[in-house]
Design a protein around this ligand. Structure first.
Ligand code: NAD
Length: 488
């Protein structure tokens, strides 16, 4: 397959890149796409295009905006197979996962906001004593800068695009430089379904080249970011002097807490072990919500490992399109090195490596030897201060530690700087309620994981985030509320 040439989409036009970056296919390590290494000039052009489209788009009737989003959702669905193949080749994830989750979720994102937002109403209050009536109206803010990461490329970008557009804003998107291809394909669909030029703009390139200019551009009053905490902090500092509206969805170090009354014997979908396999290793562990620390009550610690480790060993690792593969390749050579660094730390600190990297042999089909694969790895015996337990690894590595009682589990789970999500496993409803309330996170899943309800607010606390995404929450973020008082 020839190398794909990605172009910026500015003011409804595809722009020839001046300089390019190489983007590699994780499964093989071979060159996959050439993407624009855009500079501040391209961002300035895109912001100017978005500004000039704003007045028309923000005054377009909401039903018409919804209609265009629904057409875009249909177009994504019609092209789902191609988009899924590109997403899995660009990111490394198994093809079945891109087909089952990434692309359908992009469709859902547009349909969800297109259908829900027109039915939202504001507040109103009559003040008899003043013969006055008050009500609120929501107004679009302006040009929104939308910055997204590489782990769920189209899924996460469209979760920002849909509410920003339904609110009447125009947008400049900056996908991750490591996974630009599906966003580029989306630009073709945006153009095809008839969005007015300048409403949707996409500028490809690096954080320093594109992201920083977007964040500090005076004509971009709203920045929504999903990515690492390090970058999020940098963005918060750069945006502060401009008083921008800022949404930050950042890293996680999520705990799964397993009490000794759980059922270790049942297998199959929905069971504890099979849910944990998903929660620790889906998408190669490259999901912000993945469980990376397991805390198991000491009374069942050994029994748990006897069930969990052989099940992890069964997970097939390999190229994205091979049937039966559960873990594909990690997104890049650099990210693989980062993940393996932590496995090395665990070894040096005397941790027990139960399976995975360095323990089990990985056999790859011919032609894939240079792909960025890491086997699902389970580690125990580390001190709670180990960087493997306190820092985000964002790969197929999970640590397993013991706890004695609820208080011990809470103190260990809450001891990290992150607070995105957690899962609690017990048959005792009172235990589950107490734990759910005590955990310092944005979402707690009880006896399940990643059952996403898009009507609910999503986001993190502590170093995992500022703000929430969701139907109401996103509309609050992407609009300004105005109160009007009329005296009669
Ligand atoms: P990253 O922070 O390196 O990059 C994210 C995006 O920010 C990319 O588009 C990047 O080019 C851009 N960027 C980098 N430096 C920038 C700067 N100075 N100014 C503006 N933009 C800049 O993150 P990543 O490695 O792409 O993604 C993985 C991280 O994302 C993990 O930490 C993961 O937990 C997090 N994540 C969080 C959520 C969530 O909802 N909380 C969801 C997915 C991923």
């Amino acid at each position: 397959m020839s190398v794909l040439l990605v172009k910026n989409f500015i003011g409804g036009v595809f722009v020839e890149p001046v300089a390019c970056l190489d983007s590699f296919e994780p499964a093989t390590g071979k060159l996959f796409a050439s993407i624009p290494d855009s500079s501040a000039d391209s961002v300035d052009c895109a912001v100017a295009a978005a500004r000039s489209a704003f007045e028309h788009w923000s005054s377009t009737p909401i039903a018409k905006r919804a209609d265009l989003l629904l057409k875009l959702a249909d177009a994504i669905e019609e092209n789902a197979d191609e988009l899924a193949e590109l997403e899995s080749r660009d990111q490394g994830k198994p093809l079945w996962l891109a087909k089952a989750v990434d692309i359908p979720r992009a469709v859902t994102n547009f349909r969800l906001f297109a259908r829900a937002v027109p039915h939202q109403t504001g507040k109103s209050k009559v003040q008899e004593e003043f013969s006055a009536v008050n009500w609120t109206e929501r107004e679009a803010v302006g040009v929104c800068g939308l910055i997204s990461p590489w782990n769920l490329p189209l899924y996460l970008l469209t979760f920002k695009m849909a509410p920003a557009l339904m609110a009447g804003n125009t947008i400049v998107c900056k996908p991750s430089e490591m996974t630009s291809v599906t966003a580029f394909k989306l630009c073709h669909l945006v153009s095809r379904v008839g969005f007015p030029p300048g409403v949707v703009n996409v500028v490809f390139g690096t954080g320093p080249g594109v992201g920083e200019r977007l964040v500090s551009h005076p004509d971009v009053p709203v920045v929504s970011f999903t990515g690492s905490t390090v970058t999020g902090k940098r963005i918060a500092m750069a945006a502060a002097p401009f008083m921008k509206k800022l949404s930050l969805e950042m890293g996680g170090k999520n705990a799964g807490i397993i009490f000794d009354d759980v059922d270790l014997e049942t297998s199959g979908e929905g069971s504890l072990i099979s849910t944990l396999l998903r929660s620790c290793f889906i998408n190669q562990g490259e999901v912000c919500l993945c469980t990376s620390r397991l805390y198991v009550q000491e009374t069942i610690f050994d029994a748990f490992l006897r069930k969990f480790v052989p099940a992890v060993r069964e997970l097939k690792v390999g190229p994205n399109e091979v049937p039966g593969v559960f873990c594909g390749a990690l997104v890049s050579k650099e990210h693989k090195a980062k993940v393996l660094h932590y496995v090395g730390v665990a070894k040096n600190e005397g941790g027990v490596l139960h399976c995975g990297h360095g323990v089990d042999e990985l056999v790859l089909p011919e032609g894939y030897e240079n792909g960025y694969y890491v086997q699902p790895t389970v580690i125990s015996g580390l001190d709670e201060t180990s960087s493997c337990i306190t820092e985000e690894i964002f790969g197929p590595v999970v640590t397993v530690s013991k706890f004695t009682d609820e208080a011990d589990a809470i103190s260990k789970a809450n001891a990290v700087e992150y607070g995105l999500c957690a899962s609690v496993w017990s048959k005792n409803v009172s235990t589950c309620m107490r734990m759910s309330r005590a955990l310092k996170v944005g979402t707690v899943w009880v006896n399940c994981w990643m059952v996403r309800c898009l009507d609910m607010p999503f986001g993190g606390v502590k170093a995992s985030g500022r703000g929430r995404e969701g139907i109401e929450e996103s509309m609050e973020f992407y609009t300004e509320s105005k109160t009007i008082c009329l005296k009669y």
